[in-house]
Design a protein around this ligand. Structure first.
Ligand SMILES: Nc1ncnc2c1ncn2[C@@H]1O[C@H](COP(=O)(O)OP(=O)(O)OP(=O)(O)O)[C@@H](O)[C@H]1O
Ligand SMILES: [Mg+2]
Length: 356
């Protein structure tokens, strides 16, 4: 079980249903042993992309390679892919061991070797001693680990998982997440993981592809996506954000001069790629980057709501223009509803991003 899997490459892969585009032409490269997560809202095309890789769907255009092999026209069973679904899709009348060994039996692996490999993967999943237990006597979390063991035992070149933990309650989900992370760190193989749970994506992934409307909106490390979102969708989807309308007047050296009506001023701010003069864009300010000043410097605002979160508090701030911003910082009991403050931020954290 020490195989890191193979690299995966998609070139111009798309999927249309009649006139509806479920996936726009997509290029994607995943390194051997990498853990990539597809993260996006419902209907954004995550399952479509995964099923195209698995071979359950035929692409409308494009090419898919696993290692040096072009698998575009190959049926799913010839792609050497492991798949884990949200519904575990286990055989209810079989034991744990029979469920896990099923893929080997189908491939004609001799019984003795199959038993050895089942035992090995059971131990990997910390399910030793469960081989003869009926699958229906396993808990939800255990069943999902059996489903994962069943996918891993065939030593897949690529492991695909479609919301595998969404049927589990929150606490169990967290435990299995950590288990998945341990497995990947020890036996990392190329993995594409679908979720719409942001926190889960952050825990597990080397890189995240944020999807919306059938398109990968941004592909990058967790830090890149959070600190330098490519557009307003990504900024709003990952973490919390204040996104204010901004009119871009000028661009120079990665910075934009933008009119921000909410602040009633023109400012020089960081600019994402794709921001152009004349464009209406959005100014991104994360809640944790808004600072309260005791002096008159900064943008005047009134605290209209405070939410105590323990060590941190969240403050809603109404600007003179009527816009309301969210700020989050260490709880300061002297900051109360109705108080007038001024706001500022380090210019490095003010960033204008394209609308979409
Ligand atoms: N067989 C089909 N015929 C027509 N449209 C389809 C078909 N399958 C999927 N779609 C559409 O393609 C879009 C993408 O679907 P997909 O299942 O990939 O979304 P998803 O990101 O996995 O969403 P979810 O988080 O809800 O699982 C959706 O709008 C869906 O309705
Ligand atoms: Mg889906």
């Amino acid at each position: 079980m020490k195989n890191a899997g193979l690299p995966l490459r998609l070139e111009g892969v798309s999927k249309r249903y009649g006139t509806y585009t479920a996936l726009t032409p997509t290029d994607l490269s995943v390194a051997a042993g990498e853990f990539l997560t597809l993260l996006g809202p419902s209907g954004s095309g995550k399952t479509t992309l995964l099923n195209l890789i698995a071979g359950y769907l035929e692409p409308t255009s494009g090419r898919i390679e696993i290692g040096s092999r072009d698998v575009t026209g190959l049926p799913a069973r010839q792609r050497n892919i492991g798949m884990v679904f949200q519904s575990y899709a286990l055989f209810p009348h079989m034991t744990v061991g029979q469920n896990i060994g099923y893929g080997l039996a189908v491939r004609g692996v001799p019984k003795a070797e199959s038993a050895r490999r089942v035992a090995e993967v059971l131990s990997l999943m910390q399910l030793e001693g469960y081989a003869n237990r009926p699958i229906q006597k396993m808990s939800g979390g255990q069943q999902q680990r059996v489903a994962l063991a069943r996918a891993l035992i065939i030593e897949p070149d690529v492991l695909l998982m479609d919301e595998p933990l969404s049927a589990l309650d929150k606490q169990l989900r967290r435990a299995v997440q950590l288990e998945l992370r341990r497995l990947h760190q020890e036996h990392g193989r190329t993995t594409i993981y679908v979720t719409h749970d942001q926190e889960e994506a952050l825990v597990l992934s080397d890189r995240i592809a944020v999807m919306d409307r059938g398109r990968i909106q941004q592909l990058g490390s967790v830090d890149e996506i959070y600190d330098r979102p490519a557009n307003a969708f990504v900024a709003g989807f990952i973490g919390e954000s204040n996104l204010l309308p901004a009119k871009v007047n000028d661009m120079a050296g990665g910075k934009a001069t933008a009119e921000v009506e909410a602040f009633r001023r023109t400012m020089v701010v960081q600019a994402a790629a794709g921001v152009e003069p004349g464009q209406t864009a959005r100014l991104l300010l994360r809640p944790e980057h808004l600072l309260f000043n005791k002096t008159d410097d900064g943008v005047p605002a009134e605290i209209v709501e405070t939410v105590y979160l323990g060590e941190l508090s969240q403050y809603s701030l109404a600007l003179e223009s009527g816009h309301v911003l969210t700020a989050r910082q260490i709880t300061d009991r002297s900051l109360r509803k109705g108080m007038k403050v001024t706001l500022s931020w380090d210019p490095i954290h003010a960033r204008v991003v394209p609308e979409n």
